[in-house]
Design a protein around this ligand. Structure first.
Ligand SMILES: Nc1ncnc2c1ncn2[C@@H]1O[C@H](COP(=O)(O)OP(=O)(O)OP(=O)(O)O)[C@@H](O)[C@H]1O
Length: 320
């Protein structure tokens, strides 16, 4: 299932890499790495007219925190584009600013400079077009049932009446396999089930971008794998655009079709690559292991991305 899914994503989510491949004569086609990715030679710029329209953009985003006299620079000049239907991953070591970027994309914190845009409009605060699923299991109101939790979010966004909200909530709860738990309270659910409710609630909002901040990190390994599989299945059904934060290289390769690699603190873009060729079944394969090692080198070696490995990265960004 997931292999087919990954291939489908290629058709749906036209990325600059695809445009490059399509728009070039065969003799000038982009070099292809061992994992089959197209690589852009350093300095190559895609002709602007041939780029697909991005749904969501980060443009030179600098995020800073001030606590007392101390200023923490969380990210530096981070830019990326997410296209409709992407499963876009922010991957980087602890403290590189992944969660900060996701919170800023949600509109919870403001960049010190730079901007986020959705459909070309600047983001100035939270909105129902960007819904977040967090890692914590306490995202649900404990005094409300599973169904009430989802209905409450839908009613708060003021887009649906009572009957419509209930229908929508039931629909998405059935989709995540919780049809028999509509009237259960959160404390009676396992961690995985609580995350399913949070995902159903987010999907029910039918956001333009679903933001996920390490949603499976607190789950045991088996449940985590199952949830990754279910998320891919849900993506297959809904084609929702995902922005997914993780510090697990394996999770990034399995869940994503595009991965943005961030340097250690403060987070800067190290490289961007395609990962659509990997599925749940490829974990453990030679190709998967090779990609994992290369990403590890790109993340942690001090070399500029392209010198570290010119075959994996689709776009590279030199440290400032
Ligand atoms: N509210 C805050 N006040 C001050 N500094 C903060 C705050 N939130 C994050 N930071 C700092 O910003 C930097 C980036 O943190 P962030 O949580 O975004 O990183 P991360 O990549 O998501 O890390 P992790 O994978 O460990 O969750 C870190 O140095 C962190 O200490």
């Amino acid at each position: 299932m997931t292999h087919a899914l990954k291939n489908t994503s290629l058709r749906l989510a036209a990325t600059p890499a695809q445009v490059l491949q399509k728009s070039q004569p065969a003799s000038q086609s982009a070099p292809t790495g061992p994992a089959g990715q197209a690589s852009l030679p350093r300095g190559d710029v895609l002709p602007e007219a041939s780029l697909p329209e991005a749904l969501f953009r980060a443009e030179r985003v600098n995020l800073r925190y001030q606590t007392g006299d101390a200023i923490v620079q969380a990210t530096r000049d981070v830019s990326f584009s997410i296209y409709k239907g992407d499963r876009f991953i922010l991957l980087g070591p602890s403290g590189c600013g992944k969660s900060s970027l996701l919170k800023a994309a949600a509109g919870f914190i403001k960049p010190q400079s730079g901007a986020f845009t959705l459909n070309g409009n600047a983001i100035s605060g939270p909105g129902p077009d960007r819904v977040v699923v967090f890692q914590e299991f306490d995202q649900l109101a404990p005094w409300k049932t599973v169904l009430q939790n989802v209905i409450f979010a839908l009613r708060a966004s003021r887009t649906l009446d009572k009957v419509q909200a209930r229908e929508r909530a039931e629909h998405y709860l059935h989709r995540v396999g919780l049809g028999n738990f509509l009237h259960a309270y959160p404390h009676t659910l396992s961690g995985g089930m609580k995350q399913r409710v949070a995902i159903a609630r987010a999907l029910a909002m039918e956001p333009a971008v679903l933001l996920m901040d390490e949603p499976f990190a607190a789950l045991d390994a088996l449940t985590r794998r199952k949830m990754q599989e279910e998320l891919l299945q849900l993506w297959e059904e809904t084609r929702v655009t995902l922005m997914f934060v993780t510090h697990s290289i394996e999770e990034a390769l399995v869940v994503g079709n595009r991965i943005l690699l961030l340097s250690p603190h403060p987070g800067r873009v190290r490289a961007e690559l395609n990962s659509h060729q990997f599925s749940m079944d490829s974990a453990g394969s030679e190709q998967f292991q090779a990609a994992t090692s290369r990403i590890h080198r790109l993340l942690f070696e001090e070399l500029p991305a392209f010198e570290a490995d010119s075959t994996l990265a689709e776009h590279s960004h030199e440290p400032a």
